[in-house]
Design a protein around this ligand. Structure first.
Ligand code: SAM
Length: 153
């Protein structure tokens, strides 16, 4: 799992300090292994459930005014020590910041998802590409829709 491919560059990594993030919820997807995850989610993909933990549930107020939501999540199974990568789908190496690979110093993934429904602490969405159980870092209304369609209830 920590092998490197030709042309990849690995760096020695200090012990990361993730303690300053709140994981505000958990993402439930049908994808139990990385090979089952799409490389990027699709709005035609399966329904996934974003579960918000207390005490953050009141922070969902008004989210159902939006059709699309940006989801930020912590790709917790990703290695973090490659600065140059040799992805399977390319024929040359790329720097980590030139890729959307989960392998990065701070493995934050983002997806713009379609909001299907919001019921209590759960959002049903389409467009995710992460493993079942992936920790949730943040939710934001889609930046193209920053004006709510109706005043928040
Ligand atoms: N859509 C996000 C983005 O662009 O920032 C993530 C893209 S990344 C290419 C998606 C891939 O990350 C999946 O295909 C899977 O291989 C991997 N992945 C998904 N969940 C993960 C997790 N919890 N830990 C590590 N890798 C994960």
């Amino acid at each position: 799992m920590n092998d490197i491919r030709p042309h990849e560059v690995m760096i020695p990594l200090a012990e990361p300090d993730d303690a300053r993030l709140f994981f505000i919820g958990r993402i439930h997807t049908p994808f139990t292994e990385r090979k089952d995850c799409p490389r990027q989610g699709s709005h035609d993909g399966p329904d996934c459930r974003i579960e918000i933990f207390e005490p953050w549930v009141p922070a969902l107020k008004g989210i159902d005014d939006y059709d699309f939501v940006e989801v930020l999540y912590w790709l917790d199974k990703a290695r973090r020590d490659l600065v140059v990568q040799n992805p399977n789908h390319t024929d040359k190496p790329y720097g980590t910041f030139a890729l959307r690979s989960p392998v990065r110093p701070n493995p934050i993934g983002t997806s713009r998802v379609k909001l299907v429904s919001a019921i209590g602490p759960n959002l049903i969405v389409r467009g995710l590409d992460c493993l079942d159980g992936t920790p949730l870092v943040d939710l934001k209304p889609d930046r193209c829709e920053f004006t709510p369609k109706a005043p928040p209830k």
